[in-house]
Design a protein around this ligand. Sequence first.
Ligand SMILES: Nc1ncnc2c1ncn2[C@@H]1O[C@H](COP(=O)(O)OP(=O)(O)OP(=O)(O)O)[C@@H](O)[C@H]1O
Length: 306
Amino acid sequence: MSDPVLQLRNLTKTIGRRNIVDDLTFDIPAGEVFGFLGPNGAGKTTTIRMIVGLISMSKGEAFIKGISVRNHFELAMTHVGAIVENPEMYKFLTGYQNLVHFARRHEGVTKARINEVVELLGLQNRIHEKVKRYSLGMRQRLGVAQAILHRPSLLILDEPTNGLDPAGIRELRDYLRKLTKEEGISVIVSSHLLSEMELMCDRVAIIQSGKLVDVRSINEIQDAAQSKIVIEAGDLPAAQRLLAAAFDPALMSVSGSQLELTADKSVIPHIARLLVNAEIDVHGIHAVQKSLEEQFLEMTGGEMVV
Ligand SMILES: Nc1ncnc2c1ncn2[C@@H]1O[C@H](COP(=O)(O)OP(=O)(O)OP(=O)(O)O)[C@@H](O)[C@H]1O
């Protein structure tokens, strides 16, 4: 595997006595769309602001392509494109004029590169219109175009889905994927919605109260086969006592007239046999996949704020 594009090592931000980012350590490999997922106030923006040098780090370190952000800030930043606040843009200029203007900030951005980026973001039909006539989604595309002119290895977008409708979110996902494929870029996006992350990301770091809860691939989260088995039986307390001997009682709960068990659906025949052998009437046994939001709530102790 290629070297990580971003490495965080014990990254910490202390304000007053509080660690609003607390000892974050993880790597982001090349060519991934990677999500910072966490409720409002979890510390996502603060983490991003430290990575791009908008605020200082209290402790720890961030390396971009192995380059220390603390010690070689300018060199590290040559590999980063970021939209942290609203992208700066001149509304009375065209999209193209904006790109020509921002290209001057970097050495060696040719006209050919500008045209390439316009194509990559699918802006070719509207690029000669004034930015004030662009929709929010178009402005964001132009912002991303501007951020990748200098061929960064890492693109960072803070809450890029804010204000976008579902179609806009799909477009965002499509062009971020295209960037990872065609430019080999890694992308970091932050969001408090797992359902959006599921659409956009390969992996997510789950952050809560400044701390890393876990790093998981979206596939892992989806396949976690943490299905819930719902059992409807004649004598529910008897069924519960019986199953408590066969399964971890902590994974079992009663919900109305149903018994719920967190387990893979492969155990359903076993449950059926146990109940029938004990002469408990079985009205139904079925598996339901836990929703991603439910899983997230479990991972973060149910403190999701949306
Ligand atoms: N300059 C500051 N002084 C004091 N507290 C701060 C400062 N900046 C951020 N915080 C606090 O740190 C916590 C993390 O904020 P941050 O903006 O990083 O969270 P976030 O995960 O990006 O959330 P959101 O989705 O709401 O932007 C919040 O509780 C916030 O109030």
